[in-house]
Design a protein around this ligand. Structure first.
Ligand code: PLP
Length: 381
């Protein structure tokens, strides 16, 4: 059983890999080993060795992402990476979508407000018939004042893959930079950051790559690196470069912290790849097939249609359930989520485009089985 590689509570049917991931035991063991090394000689590890350890981990990550390690920096999470150091001025427009992740759209609003720029939201349909509809909706919201577009590679509430390759290309042809929020992408979709050529790409390693929590990256195209700084200004701002770029020196040390999540990324890549004979391509294929199977089990039981074509689905899928009959609680949680938890099922209930319209968002990771979705279907019924 592949689930034996995780330490998930066996009493819970865990259908929410999407929110925070889940880390295999072997990766947690490596994290514990690294933490022991830190505590055995904190100064050696954090002062003298850390730079080389980060550089080595980034080389492995770069190979996985088809990127140049010099264009990558570790950050704690995708929210942190959404580029706060950019400057815009009055009259500029920053474009995001109605499927965007609230925390990142908030950062965009903050950055826009600082310079008197405006955030415009492109309305993408949902249900959605094709990737063309997403391209049309984004491009229809572009004006000659658009300076930056924030696109989720895989959307959070609706779990669809946006055609970022096409959008980055079409936007670049109009002189517009794209920031891709690929929070869910590494480990769910094959990535080729070099050929994608976005201005900025951020991704979490703690979701589908199954690294410990607090491992994510920011990739910045070489011609944009000078304008990007971390949210925390630290020694890197005036440290000697010693052959490194200012971009990397600034991001590599943001004050004392636990670097083990980032340093475990190579172990996470290798550990996961070894779980199935075909490595990462097989993981992605299996998870995609299981997400579709789970979606179809639920769609049939609930008598609802799939809201997106199979080609726009990765390892998560959203399905419509009845409108919320009661207001959300103070944490913004729907009562249905608590009722499913009472039956031992952890799955997010999301509201899109807004309360009371609600959806169930399932995830499929190697530890999941078709029977998990059958249990969810019968609980929903
Ligand atoms: C599209 C998107 N962006 C950003 C995030 C935030 O990720 P993190 O909490 O790791 O910053 C998520 C989390 O689910 C997400 O779905």
């Amino acid at each position: 059983m592949l689930s034996s590689h995780w330490r998930l509570d066996p009493a819970v049917v865990f259908l929410n890999h999407g929110s925070f991931g889940a880390c295999p035991a072997a990766v947690l063991d490596e994290q514990a080993r690294l933490r022991s090394l830190i505590e055995a000689q904190p100064v050696r590890f954090l002062h003298r060795e850390l730079g080389d350890r980060i550089a080595a981990a980034l080389v492995d990550l770069a190979r996985f992402l088809n990127a140049d390690a010099a264009d990558l920096a570790f950050v704690t999470n995708a929210t942190t990476a959404v580029v706060r150091s950019l400057d815009f001025k009055s009259g500029d427009e920053l474009l995001a979508t109605n499927h965007g992740y609230n925390a990142c759209n908030n950062t965009l609003r903050y950055v826009a407000a600082k310079g008197g720029a405006k955030v415009v939201i492109a309305d993408l349909p949902f249900p959605i018939a094709s990737a063309d509809d997403a391209v049309r909706a984004v491009m229809a919201a572009v004006t000659d004042r658009t300076r930056l577009v924030l696109l989720d590679h895989i959307t959070s509430p609706t779990a669809i893959i946006l055609p970022v390759e096409r959008l980055v290309r079409e936007l670049a042809a109009r002189g517009i930079d794209t920031l891709v929020d690929g929070a869910h992408a590494p480990g769910m979709l094959p990535l080729d950051l070099n050929s994608l050529g976005a201005a900025y790409y951020t991704g979490n390693c703690h979701k589908w790559l199954c690294a410990p929590k607090g491992a994510a990256f920011l990739w910045v195209r070489k011609d944009r690196q000078e304008r990007i700084h971390p949210t925390v200004i630290s020694h890197g701002a005036n440290a000697t470069l010693a052959g490194r770029t200012r971009f990397r020196v600034e991001f590599d040390w943001l004050g004392t912290h636990d670097p083990t999540p980032a340093l475990c990324v190579p172990t996470a890549i290798r550990t996961m790849a070894a779980l199935v004979p075909g490595g990462w391509p097989e993981i992605m294929k299996r998870n995609h097939a299981l997400a579709l199977e789970g979606r179809d089990i639920l769609a049939k039981a609930l008598n609802v249609a799939a809201p997106a074509p199979d080609s726009m689905i990765g390892s998560m899928a959203a399905l419509r359930v009845s409108d919320a009959p009661k207001p959300l609680d103070l944490l913004g949680v729907d009562e249905l989520q608590y009722r499913l938890l009472d039956r031992g099922i952890e799955v997010p209930v999301v509201h899109f485009p807004a309360y009371p319209t609600r959806w169930i968002r399932i995830s499929a990771q190697l530890y999941n089985l078709p029977d998990h979705y059958r249990r969810l279907a019968s609980a929903l019924l």
